[in-house]
Design a protein around this ligand. Sequence first.
Ligand code: HEC
Length: 241
Amino acid sequence: MLKKLIGVALLMASPALAQEKAFTLQAPQSLVETGLMKHMLPRFSLKTGIRITVSEGAGDAAFGPDGTPVFRQGDTVWALSKTDGQYTDAFETWLLSDVGKRTIEAFAPDGEAMFSADVSVQAKVQVAAVTGDLVLGEESSLTKCGRCHVVNEKNRMNAIGSTPSFALMRTFPDWQERFETFFMLRPHPAFTQVAEITEPFPENLPSPIAPIEVTWEEIEAITAYVGSIAPADLGAALQTQ
Ligand code: HEC
């Protein structure tokens, strides 16, 4: 009798019965905690009859940085990577469908949508540790650098055409370092004073032009501002080469 019962129990746990429409989905804790999974997955299951088990470990599919972009949370674009299979395929198709998108955007725990289904907007390029004030940055750029460099549209007409524009310099891979040390890079040392950092101009070598005086705070602000401007589009010029 006992033997028989064990037999039944084994049968119930056998793979044959586990062949329901289901798969496991790996989602990081930070995403699970938003509550989106609880909002979204039952709606998908209701529609398709496919059950999804969320796991922190590896699964048949995963939300993360790799794969097909499916939704956006602020600047973060979440993507779905998956193994091939009709259930995981159905999930991807659903996420990208109008119904799926509406479901994602309808999730508004505090009355405000937390996720967007519009993944066409590229996440902004993250600038390392830029803490400066953007408003001060634009103002200082225009008053201190704008007589030579085109900073933006506001001083396009008053700058010196042969001096590289901020947008052009923003394309340099090491633009941030160059802006933070610009006062040491030619031609600036001859006419630039940074409070508490640079030595006064030697008496026999005064600045040949009206000097510029900046503080470290202004340099940080200028760097932050440069981080916020779009790099010049060099594509057109490069294509002709
Ligand atoms: C009097 C004119 C003048 C002023 C004012 C000026 N610059 Fe420049 N700057 C130049 C010129 C000219 C170059 C190009 C040097 C070259 O091509 O070698 C340059 C180059 C630069 C570079 C690139 C340097 C390199 O070697 O990569 C940076 C960064 C820069 N400027 C930042 C600034 C900032 C920030 C300010 C304002 C706080 C400023 N500049 C003010 C004339 C000026």
